[in-house]
Design a protein around this ligand. Structure first.
Ligand SMILES: NC(=O)c1ccc[n+]([C@@H]2O[C@H](COP(=O)([O-])OP(=O)(O)OC[C@H]3O[C@@H](n4cnc5c(N)ncnc54)[C@H](OP(=O)(O)O)[C@@H]3O)[C@@H](O)[C@H]2O)c1
Length: 342
């Protein structure tokens, strides 16, 4: 059917429907009505699936039991925010946890707290992921002999402030740090731990992406690019290993109240890390790619179903917000002043 035939069909369908229902609509209104109906039909499977994932699966306990996966869990970026919440919620289930992050004192405090509260064993590995690839040998040594059933690849860094790609201070080092923290850990930690999970025929790997990786994100291009890597890498692996018994999941949050987001007060759009992670753990084994929280799911739905041509419109809106943030960033102004002085 070519476009002219399709157009004639729409006019005919519109005319027939109008004669049945006495609806007095212009052709533009007809197009709007048909487009909306088509969109609703297209979204029905999504809504049914979401209903199952949010309400039915948690109530029926269809999600994975991390205790059955192995005695230990490994969480990167465990000293703060979403990683800390994963470490706490996994320890609450009675699974021992290896905590990996930069600040040893924060990790030691958390390890003590988890041991006292939940009676689990803990291990602290203090590394800086920006230091290079040798740290993976250190991590591997620390993990030797542990039966690791769950891996949470959570470590990730953002921009100190939003900026044009070529105007970031120390841009080459910044690009390297973004790749060292947002791309290498998810790749190398998975490569390190997946074989032992496959040999046991069970395990869970959770990789934390970001909503900003699902659409083009001007003034945050490195972050958006690295998070797109995480998501695509995870989805591909999840299919590649679907028969191995290992569950591989991409978690794609929008804003969560943490140090990174700078949102100090949780709200209905921005949950606390604890609330987010509690819900996220109930999607493991249910969804291989999830944004967990209802408002975050709606944002993804909007751009994936093309509502209001969201992908382009959404990126443009983000660009405008970031341009505003850039112009008003005190951090950026301080860096610019400093560089003028030197
Ligand atoms: N918060 C959000 O709104 C949001 C939205 C979408 C996606 N995400 C993703 O969620 C993940 C966690 O974010 P978050 O908000 O929880 O971040 P956060 O509160 O800033 O915590 C980051 C964690 O990573 C560790 N870390 C940072 N740089 C490190 C380095 N060079 N070497 C080792 N550890 C390092 C930090 O350890 P130290 O405390 O020792 O520095 C901390 O434990 C990230 O992958 C992020 O991209 C977050």
């Amino acid at each position: 059917m070519d476009y002219l035939q399709l157009w004639n069909f729409i006019l005919w369908a519109g005319g027939t429907f109008r004669s049945f229902t006495f609806l007095e609509l212009s052709y533009l209104e007809w197009i709007g009505l048909l487009w909306t109906l088509a969109w609703i039909v297209y979204c029905i499977p999504y809504f049914i699936n979401t209903l199952y994932c949010i309400w039915i699966a948690p109530v029926l306990g269809h999600y994975a039991n991390l205790r059955k996966m192995g005695k230990w869990a490994v969480v990167t970026g465990a000293s703060d925010g979403i990683g800390k919440a994963y470490a706490e919620e996994i320890a609450r289930l009675g699974v021992n946890v290896v905590l990996i992050s930069r600040s040893k004192s924060k990790l030691d405090d958390l390890a003590r707290e988890l041991g006292e509260k939940f009676g689990v064993q803990t291990k602290v590995v203090s590394v800086d992921f920006t230091e290079g690839l040798h740290i993976y040998d250190e991590i591997q040594k620390e993990l030797e002999g542990l039966e690791i059933g769950t891996l949470v690849n959570n470590i990730g860094i953002f921009y100190p402030y939003v900026e044009y790609f070529t105007e970031r201070p120390n841009a080459r080092k910044h690009s390297q740090d973004m790749i060292f923290c947002n791309v290498f850990p998810v790749t190398f930690m998975t490569h390190m731990i997946l074989p032992q999970m496959c040999s046991r025929g069970r395990g869970v790997i959770i990789n934390i992406g970001s909503y900003l990786g699902t659409i083009p994100c001007p003034l945050n291009s490195m972050y958006s690019g690295t998070k797109a890597f995480t998501e695509r890498f995870t989805e591909s692996l999840s299919m590649e290993y679907e028969k191995s018994g290992v569950i591989i999941q991409a978690v794609i949050p929008e804003y969560v109240s943490t140090r990174m987001s700078g949102v100090t007060k949780p709200s209905w759009t921005t949950p606390s890390a604890k609330e987010y992670v509690r819900k996220a753990l109930k999607t493991v084994g249910v969804e291989s790619r999830t944004s967990v929280y209802i408002p975050h799911r709606l944002a993804i739905l909007a751009h994936e179903t093309g509502i209001f041509l969201w992908r382009r419109f959404g990126s443009r809106a983000i660009f405008n917000v970031f341009l505003h943030l850039r112009a008003n960033s005190k951090h950026r102004l301080a860096v610019l002043k400093q560089s003028q002085r030197t």
